[in-house]
Design a protein around this ligand. Structure first.
Ligand code: GLU
Length: 422
């Protein structure tokens, strides 16, 4: 996409994603026409979703499903429920999925979906109706060989079960492989729930080993205490790290001596938030991000570290468990400061890697043990990290640019081999 086109995008995540791809493409000397092709989403579907509210009124929600690129295989990516979701944001997130699947070399293209809603304001029955009607609308383009949704922000195995059921009802038989991140009872994979956090910690272990950071002495701050953040924090604690701060959308908590995560999780289950946890002092998101610590894990939403606060960051290693938490301009500042950023398309790829294992297990009707899943995940994450780290060293670029270079090369190769039809 040309500079001119790019400046027309109003969504900061989309701008950042396009810019990051451009940086890597320039470094590789990628053909400008090919770059243009790789920057554009293949297919964007916008749907309106009417549902009956519990009080009898009719409400219309908006939803999206975007398939960014399918040169390397079926489109793959999560569905989020969020009040601020926009088509441009979903386009950016679908592109991140294309690059993520390519970096870890699983045979998928990228997709993403969203329903613009605040799930906290909907009853469970309303959420089910919304999910089922959205599934009907996007059934035109999803399917186990076409496009396979999964959980993302504010969606979970139950939502996947509703999607799988709605899709299957239309065909008259069960199609478990149409989604991943399903409940285990419906063909989900052991280890899928923890996979994003677990995979992220595998990359942190690799980064620590290469930079001489002793994890047993390391301090950690985690922004976002949802599926990815709480799991990553727990595994880091298991490795001997001191997790000094965590936060969620309602606020953060700090204890320089190390938080007791079991107690924090119990508190969150009881109250719905970590904010107010007694054995800690309150902390804002800004304060958490700029804490002096060894490892910072942004595991919430996009655009948390931007040009405005990049200068304040004091962590040594940042592992992006969220998608797009660092803007492209902030990335440059962090690189100049010598902070090692493990980019989202590598650091949080564990989720989609185990989604791939789930899909393979479902298609083969043969299920793996938890150890098998974790071992295969570790192998995939470690070898992908090694490839990215080595390329970054050889080319004197950030891990992000190196990851994009590997991903772009794989997708470009697939597109070139297939050729342009007519
Ligand atoms: N939503 C996750 C992500 O952003 C997982 C996607 C998937 O498993 O398909 O990577």
């Amino acid at each position: 996409m040309s500079e001119e086109n790019r400046s027309q995008k109003s969504n900061p995540l989309l701008n950042s994603t396009l810019m990051q791809v451009e940086r890597a493409a320039a470094r590789m000397g990628l053909d400008p026409g090919m770059l243009k092709l790789l920057q554009e989403p293949k297919r964007c579907l916008t749907v309106s979703i009417p549902i009956r509210r519990d009080n009898g009124t009719l409400d219309i929600f908006q939803g999206f499903r975007v398939q960014h690129n399918v040169a390397r295989g079926p489109a793959k990516g999560g569905i989020r429920f969020h009040q601020d979701a926009t088509l441009e944001e979903v386009i950016a997130l679908s592109a991140l999925m294309t690059w993520k699947c390519a970096v870890v070399n699983i045979p998928y293209g990228g997709a993403k979906g969203a329903i613009v809603c605040n799930p906290k304001e909907l009853s469970l029955a309303e959420l089910e109706r919304l999910t089922r009607r959205y599934t009907m609308e996007i059934s035109l383009i999803i399917g186990p060989e076409k496009d396979i949704p999964a959980p993302d922000v504010n969606t979970n195995p139950q939502v996947m079960a509703w999607i799988m059921d709605t899709y299957s009802m239309q065909l008259g038989y069960s199609v478990p492989a149409v989604v991943t991140g399903k409940p285990i009872e419906l063909g989900g994979s052991l280890g899928r729930n923890e996979a994003t956090g677990r995979g992220c910690v595998y990359t942190i272990e690799e980064a620590a080993a290469r930079t001489g950071l002793d994890l047993k002495q390391a301090t950690v701050a985690v922004q976002g205490f949802g599926n990815a953040g709480s799991v990553a924090a727990t595994y880091l604690e298991d490795l001997g790290c001191r997790v000094i701060a965590v936060s969620d959308s309602r606020g953060g908590i700090l204890n320089e001596n190390g938080l007791n995560l079991t107690a924090v999780k119990e508190f969150k289950t009881r109250t719905g938030t970590v904010a107010g946890y007694p054995e800690a002092t309150p902390l804002t998101q800004e304060e958490l991000l700029s804490l002096a610590c060894d490892i910072l894990v942004p595991a919430a939403l996009e655009n948390q570290i931007t040009a405005a606060n990049a200068g304040d960051i004091r962590a040594k290693i940042i592992a992006e468990a969220a998608n797009g938490p660092i803007s492209a301009d902030a990335d440059e500042t962090l690189y100049e400061k010598g902070i090692l950023v493990i980019p989202d398309i590598l650091a949080n790829a564990g989720g989609v890697v185990v989604s791939y294992f789930e899909w393979v297990q479902g298609i083969q009707h043969f299920f793996w043990s938890q150890d098998e899943v974790n071992n295969q995940l570790r192998q995939r994450m470690v070898s992908s990290f090694r490839d990215v780290y080595e390329l970054a060293g050889r080319e004197h670029v950030s891990l992000r640019t190196a990851a994009y270079m590997i991903a772009l090369e794989r997708v470009e190769k697939a597109v070139s081999l297939r050729g342009i039809f007519v």
